[in-house]
Design a protein. Structure first.
Length: 770
């Protein structure tokens, strides 16, 4: 890494909005929380110098072994002082860690979950409560670190499900925010804050409508009129805005998010979670087993996705065209035209891809095993060789990714569309017209930027705004579009249901050589060998995972056993030599979204079914086999209770089976020891409730269909039972797409928005003839 180069192209900061006033925790509750956080990621010192309430004490030999093991995998430039600083770091010593937890509890966590956590933290700060929860009549903060580790370990294997969930939740939160705020982790990994590949790009100069402060003492709403109002700026919204603007109607696009030009991108992992994602970067399902990540940026998920541009597969299109969906559009030439049109605008191609280590393993592993595999086309304007970027989760600073902010939204602007950022749409307005409930606009709250042009200041203008329109298009995304319809008084029982998430589990490979997995395209290969395991189109695909430290470390299997926390720091430092993969399931069974009454926050009610878990297991085993045949030293999974598989060889791992020798290299995946490990994985599956899953794809909550008895919108995207209101985003998918949903989303929006433009033009011609 060349420091001078990083300094020259350093990103412009994007300071966070102010932390809400009113501490979400009492002093005693903070004491309990930080005691647990410092147990999950403790300060580690030799026994002779350790403080029992502050440090995990290791015998001199164990400390020396851990230190030397870490030294073997980290950057040669890392100093001994840095390693000691890393070992002695704990969450309580990181101000940003506490501020992130503060923000999470104050505004991003549901009221029920927060109240349960507060009760537990309060109990742990009393002797009686601690006795009930820990078995010791001592406040948890007064326990030495090794006893707190014992408590955490007991919780993780308790026969009481709520205690297992407690251990998992507190461990996950700590790992997440430590990885994103640690002042030492990035330096230990030699992880550059700024990508070393590519150059900063010049983005489109968006102009946003600004409103003056209200002159009325009562703060009367600002009223704006247009032909079409589009709520959202993501993939479906952007395509719709382009098509309708170019067809002639006046279009206004509104989004709660703010636009961040490329000079701010990629953001830091900490800031991106707040500025570019919904709900601070993660939404936890009601049963706490699912971590849902959804875009919340100007440009929606297209701003933070990984460039993968896969068209809807034939078997999915056939499913949607047949009963019970009965939507012949999806097997028509018109839909293929829409797929090709949106891909053409983004320059989608697989030509010229440079695969990094992570993706090359998929290609090579599948080839060695005789499995179906292909390159994943990228939306990089035909310049895949130049877009060698692993940071796009944090926003693409090179503008090499041709998502909504580089293509469809600029097209809409050039055709006259008006944009409003910072607009929180609260409800769709309806009127009775000729006996029909008709959408006539949207009411929301607009918050300006501060006087410095950012969002971190308090000197902002807040206005209630009514936008009157002839047509209302909801493109707020699968999690928010149904909530907006429900807030607007619509009661179709399918609104918010039929939620598909493409649930994933992650498998990690550790290599002898340095990988620097954050370099290169994130997702450029896919193995589809397991995509149809039930002969009805349900199964798993194998894809690469983003390898930014703050996004991968929280999913690493936490070692609750003796010495676990110290092991966690060593494991985190191995990310430099690591690759990771997802077993992504096109699931059969669904969930729902709903809004918490007290806070209005989106809640996700979703549990991965046993049926879909079986398919996920097959994908997971497939990843393990790929890693084995391509030479990974160690293979780890997210399956609780199953240790990693460490390959035998010249540099043996800690799990060497002396009895087996080193005679199975020629056996490949038939190595008996490897097969025994695979059998254990298969037999263990995903035990409940300690297993966790992830999702970055959300679909189906405003499902398209041919009847209001089975769906939310009709075959043209119009909401059943009302006039003038449409949904154009991934929430209209009849079921899971089975591929990264961007292109499918755009194609459906392309067709429905063009149909709407034709209908509006016909209505206008007919009106002139009257």
């Amino acid at each position: 890494m060349t420091e001078a180069y990083v300094e020259v192209i350093r990103q412009t900061p994007a300071p966070l909005p102010p932390i809400p006033e009113g501490d979400p925790l009492s002093r005693a509750q903070w004491t309990s929380f930080m005691a647990i956080a410092d147990t999950v990621i403790p300060s580690v010192r030799p026994k002779a110098t350790a403080q029992k309430l502050k440090d995990q004490a290791l015998p001199d030999k164990d400390y020396s072994d851990a230190y030397n093991s870490l030294r073997a995998v980290i950057s040669e430039d890392a100093s001994d002082n840095l390693l000691k600083e890393y070992f002695t770091e704990a969450p309580s010593s990181i101000p940003a860690f506490k501020s992130n937890i503060y923000r999470l509890l104050a505004q991003n966590i549901g009221n029920n979950a927060k109240q349960q956590m507060l009760i537990v933290l309060s109990l742990l700060n009393t002797c009686a409560g601690a006795l009930i929860l820990t078995g010791f009549p001592v406040r948890i903060a007064a326990q030495p670190v090794h006893t707190r580790q014992l408590i955490l370990r007991r919780w993780s294997t308790s026969i009481i499900p709520s205690l297992r969930m407690l251990a998992r939740s507190l461990t996950s939160l700590t790992n997440l925010y430590w990885a994103r705020t640690s002042p030492t982790l990035g330096r230990v990994l030699a992880f550059p804050r700024t990508p070393l590949h590519g150059t900063p790009g010049k983005g489109f100069d968006f102009a946003f409508l600004q409103l003056p402060p209200s002159e009325s003492p009562k703060g009367l709403p600002e009223t704006i009129e247009t032909d079409v109002i589009i709520v959202g700026s993501g993939c479906g919204a952007a395509v719709s805005a382009k098509n309708l603007s170019e067809a002639g109607p006046k279009v206004i696009v509104v989004d709660k998010a703010y636009h961040w030009p490329p000079e701010h991108l990629p953001m830091s992992e900490e800031n991106a979670a707040v500025q570019l994602f919904m709900n601070g970067g993660t939404i936890i399902s009601d049963d706490t087993t699912m971590n849902v990540i959804a875009g919340g940026a100007w440009g929606g998920g297209g701003t933070v996705n990984w460039s993968a541009s896969l068209q809807t597969q034939g078997y999915v299109r056939s499913e949607w065209a047949q009963a019970p969906h009965n939507l012949p559009l999806f097997t028509s030439p018109a839909f293929q035209d829409s797929l090709d049109r949106v891909c053409g605008r983004m320059g989608v191609t697989a030509d010229g891809i440079r695969h990094n280590k992570t993706n090359q393993v998929i290609l090579d592993g599948a080839k060695k095993l005789g499995w179906a595999v292909k390159e994943v086309p990228q939306n990089c304007g035909g310049e895949n060789d130049r877009h060698y970027c692993g940071y796009c989760t944090l926003g693409c600073g090179s503008c090499g990714k041709k998502g909504p902010t580089e293509t469809f939204l600029p097209d809409a602007a050039r055709a006259g569309a008006i944009f409003i950022e910072g607009f929180d749409a609260r409800e769709v307005l309806f009127e009775d017209r000729n006996g029909k409930k008709t959408a006539v606009g949207v009411k929301g709250v607009w918050v300006s930027r501060d006087s410095q042009g950012g969002v971190s200041g308090k000197d902002k203008t807040t206005r209630e705004v009514i936008i009157k329109a002839k047509k209302v298009i909801i493109s707020a995304g699968t999690l928010q579009s149904p909530l907006l319809l429900l807030r607007s008084g619509l009661r179709n029982p399918h609104i918010g249901r039929n939620l598909h998430l493409h649930p994933v589990t992650i498998v990690f490979g550790i290599w002898d050589e340095e990988v620097r997995p954050w370099e290169g395209g994130i997702l450029t290969a896919v193995c589809s060998e397991f995509e149809n395991l039930d002969s009805h189109g349900h199964g798993a695909k194998i894809e690469a995972m983003t390898m930014l430290p703050g996004w991968i470390i929280p999913f690493l299997p936490y070692p609750y056993d003796d010495g676990g926390p110290a092991t966690m720091k060593s494991l985190a430092a191995k990310v430099r030599n690591m690759t990771a993969y997802i077993s992504l399931v096109r699931e059969r069974d669904t969930g729902r979204v709903w809004a918490e009454k007290q806070t209005g926050l989106c809640r996700v009610d979703y549990t991965v079914s046993r049926f879909d878990q079986k398919h996920m297991v097959e994908g997971m085993l497939g990843i393990a086999k790929m890693l084995y045949v391509t030479g990974a030293r160690e293979i780890l999974t997210m399956v609780p209770g199953v240790p990693s598989f460490v390959r035998e060889g010249d540099e043996l791992g800690p799990e060497k089976d002396a009895a087996s020798g080193n005679g199975h290299a020629k056996d490949g995946i038939n190595d008996p020891r490897f097969q025994a490990w695979l059998d254990k994985l298969r037999n263990t599956g995903f035990p409940s409730p300690q297993s966790v899953f992830g999702s970055a794809h959300q679909m189906g909550t405003c499902r398209m269909g041919n009847s209001p008895r089975t769906s939310v919108v009709d075959p043209k995207g119009k909401v059943w039972g009302v006039e003038g209101c449409y949904v154009m985003d991934a929430s209209v998918f009849p079921s899971a797409s089975g591929v990264n949903p961007m292109v499918t989303n755009m194609a459906i929006a392309d067709w429905t928005s063009r149909e709407l433009a034709r209908e509006m033009a016909t209505a206008e011609r007919n009106a002139r003839l009257r």
